[in-house]
Design a binder for this molecule. Structure first.
Ligand code: ADE
Length: 258
């Protein structure tokens, strides 16, 4: 999977992504990072200006359409084997977007090429957004100074879903959110630390019981810490008796309809 990042600060993006797990994945050829400096596409040969005042007045400067568009065209031309009618997925990171979550990460992870546009100043000329952007995505209801950190957050979350990026494929499956629940508490050596003992069931060797305990802990933790996620999970995973009742109601309804 290839990430292309349109930015005014390519070194910031590269430093962040070319280290640790994402850096190792790039070295292995599983993913690649192509941070492209929008300033290189400025028509202003002297100062490489990429921003200007907003029409209608108001504080701050706006990123202009032309350098971003030309930067995008250069990225599109660099993608090998891209058919003419294929539209590249372009994510504009903005607090005005839909809030990023695990489901969105999984959806974006299906792409072979993914382009990110990082804004700065007071925003970006609307016309270039209309022309190239396919997804408007925020990382939360707060405002950062630029789009680089949000893009890096998203790229990290997407990368770890690419097969082979994590050493242990299982950890992408069982962790928080994978089944709509937060992850259960975990313990390592020693068995006792500061007077706190590891729950005895984890030392029992009974895998079935351990799995049951972990699920129970996940449910409890989600209910306590993220009641919003818990409500959703309960709707999608009704208790066994409720499932039976629903099935019966459905079959009665079907009989009535006949
Ligand atoms: N740019 C500035 N703040 C942002 C946010 N919260 N999410 C995405 N992009 C942003």
């Amino acid at each position: 999977m290839n990430f292309h990042i349109m930015t005014l600060f390519p070194e910031m993006v590269e430093q962040g992504l070319k280290t640790s797990i994402t850096g190792r994945a790039e070295e292995k050829g599983l993913i690649s990072f192509n941070a492209v400096n929008i300033r290189d596409y400025s028509n202003d040969n002297k100062h490489h200006k990429v921003d200007d005042y907003t029409y209608g007045g108001g504080a701050g400067m706006l990123m202009q359409a032309q350098p971003i568009y030309d930067c995008f065209l250069a990225i599109r031309d660099s993608v090998k084997g891209l058919s003419k009618d294929k539209k590249l997925r372009v994510v504009y990171v903005t607090p005005q977007g839909s809030v990023f979550d695990q489901k969105m990460a999984a959806d974006l992870a299906k792409e072979e090429e993914l382009v990110f546009l990082c804004g700065h100043y007071e925003g970006v000329d609307e016309r270039v957004l209309e022309e190239i952007v396919t997804d408007y995505v925020s990382i939360g209801d707060y405002v950062l100074t630029g789009g680089e950190l949000p893009a890096m957050v998203m790229i990290d979350a997407i990368s770890r879903l690419v097969p082979g990026v994590l050493n242990n494929d299982e950890s992408a499956m069982t962790e928080s959110f994978a089944g709509g629940l937060l992850e259960y508490p975990q313990y390592s050596r020693p068995e006792e630390w500061m007077g706190k003992k590891v729950p005895a069931i984890l030392l029992s060797g009974d895998h079935k019981k351990v799995d049951e305990w972990r699920l129970e802990q996940s449910i409890l933790r989600t209910r306590e810490r993220r009641p919003d996620l818990y409500e959703k999970w309960v709707l999608e995973n009704p208790p066994k008796e409720e499932k039976k009742k629903r099935r019966k109601r459905r079959s009665n309804q079907e009989e009535d309809n006949q």
